[in-house]
Every structure is written in structure tokens, then in C-alpha cells.
Write a new protein. Structure first.
Length: 254
């Protein structure tokens, strides 16, 4: 399911990582990519887009080639990474009560009709300027922004809570965070690869062709990291092999 935000960036929406006990498989939604070049997303962007076309159409070919080579040699700006943590409160004084609370209040996945203990979502936004010269269009100043949101359960031990329960909870949360970090890192890596891919695109005969090539390259990267998340969950049994099972003596279900 793709969520559209028309603010001049290409948006990929990927729902990832649903982990926690009892742990089961989950559906990853591979986004259907949509292309919105600067100036085509909405009217407000057209004035801004004009500033991106800074090169003369009459630039000599040799000068153009030299400039493009110089641009490709320039170091990339690091992606902007935003990581947000959300928490839903649970209460209880026993492992059974905490497990019940997580089953009742954990993040809901509509595609599967069930809740999970934790959930990671990451979004990759990218943008670049157009260089139009000698009837060609190339990428300049590519940038990516990666937004990651991770939802966790939050339990504040009440007075008199068994020390063994507190210790077990701390163990579980640490393991759960470790598992979710794996999905977070996949999203960050996808954003970095998209940035690199955009920087390496050659010049095209039109900016429309350039946008199409950027979409194809980025979609391929997203699909690869989509599969990487699937493989990661399969290898770790959705975090259970990393200790993301609560209570620790329970068996993860699939």
C-alpha cells in the first residue's frame, strides 16, 4: 500500500518488521513506485523547480562532459536519518498479564488481522536537481531522507513487582530492540544505496527518461531490501533466536 505525499520528493512506503512473541510470519508490502518529477507533483513546485535548471542548453559538449565528470567525482552528502520511537503502555504484575496486555494493545497489522509486540516502519524519500544541457538531462545534488518509526511496548514496574519479572522484561526488551534495529538498519542501507544509485545515473535525453531510470533503480533497491527483511525474519524466526520472546520460557509460534 503506497501513501502519497506531494511535496516534491519521491516517496516509497514500506511496512516492515512485526516482531515479538508469540511470533508469526507477516506480510511485507512491496510498494508500487510512482514517479513525480520536480514541478509535476503540484503547482506550487513549479516555481521552485525552475531554480533546478541552472545549466545552459547551449553549453559546448566538451564543457558539459567535463562538468559531469567533475560532479560525479564530488562526495555525496550523507542521508538524513530520522528515527522515532513510539511506545504503548502495558500494565501487570506477572508475565501472563504482560503477555496478555501486549496481545491486546500491540501494533495492529490489518493485512493479517492481528497484533504484534513491536513494529518497524521505514520510509525513503529522495530528491535531486536537474542539469539540462546540450539536450540532455542529468542528476545533480541527489539527496535522501530516511524516516524510521519503531513501536515498542512500555512497562513501568509497579511497587512490589517481582525482581525476576523485572529482569526478564529488561532481557526481552533488549533482545526486541536488537531485532528491530536489524530492520531499521536495512531501511537506512536502502536509503544509502538509493543515494549512490542516483549519483551514478548517466545523462538522459530528457528529464522524464531520467526520472524513469531513477524509479527503476530505486524500486530494485527497495525490493532487494524487502527480501532482505524477509530473509532476516526467517533466519532469526522473527527475533526468537535473538531472544525476542516473552516470557523467555515460551515457544514462538509460526
Amino acid at each position: 500500500m503506497l501513501r502519497f505525499k506531494f511535496f516534491g520528493l519521491f516517496l516509497l512506503t514500506l511496512l516492515l518488521s512485526l516482531a515479538g512473541g508469540p511470533i508469526q510470519g507477516h506480510l511485507l508490502k512491496t510498494p508500487e513506485l510512482q514517479s513525480f518529477g520536480f514541478g509535476s507533483a503540484n503547482l506550487a513546485l513549479k516555481a521552485e523547480a525552475a531554480s533546478f535548471e541552472t545549466e545552459s542548453l547551449n553549453e559546448p559538449k566538451k564543457q558539459l562532459q567535463s562538468r559531469l565528470q567533475s560532479q560525479q567525482a564530488q562526495p555525496l552528502v550523507a542521508p538524513t536519518i530520522n528515527v522515532n520511537h513510539r511506545y504503548y503502555p502495558i500494565t501487570g504484575t506477572s508475565a501472563t498479564q504482560l503477555r496478555t496486555q501486549m496481545l491486546q494493545q500491540g501494533p495492529f497489522e490489518p493485512a493479517e488481522g492481528r497484533r504484534y509486540d513491536a513494529r518497524t516502519e521505514w520510509f525513503v524519500h529522495w530528491s535531486y536537481r536537474y542539469n539540462r544541457a546540450s539536450s540532455q538531462c542529468s542528476v545533480s545534488s541527489p539527496a535522501t531522507k530516511i524516516d524510521v518509526t519503531i513501536t515498542y511496548p512500555q512497562w513501568v514496574p509497579p511497587a512490589g513487582a517481582p525482581r525476576s519479572l523485572v529482569a526478564e522484561w529488561q532481557r526481552y526488551i533488549t533482545a526486541l530492540q536488537n531485532h528491530e534495529d536489524g530492520h531499521k538498519n536495512n531501511g537506512i542501507s536502502a536509503g544509502r544505496e538509493i543515494l549512490s544509485a542516483l549519483n551514478q545515473l548517466p545523462a538522459y535525453s530528457s528529464c522524464q527518461a531520467l526520472d524513469s531510470a531513477a524509479n527503476v533503480a530505486s524500486q530494485s533497491i527497495i525490493r532487494r531490501y524487502n527480501q532482505r527483511d524477509l530473509d532476516y525474519d526467517h533466519t532469526t524466526n522473527h527475533g526468537s533466536s535473538q531472544g525476542a520472546v516473552f516470557p523467555g520460557g515460551s515457544r514462538a509460534s509460526q
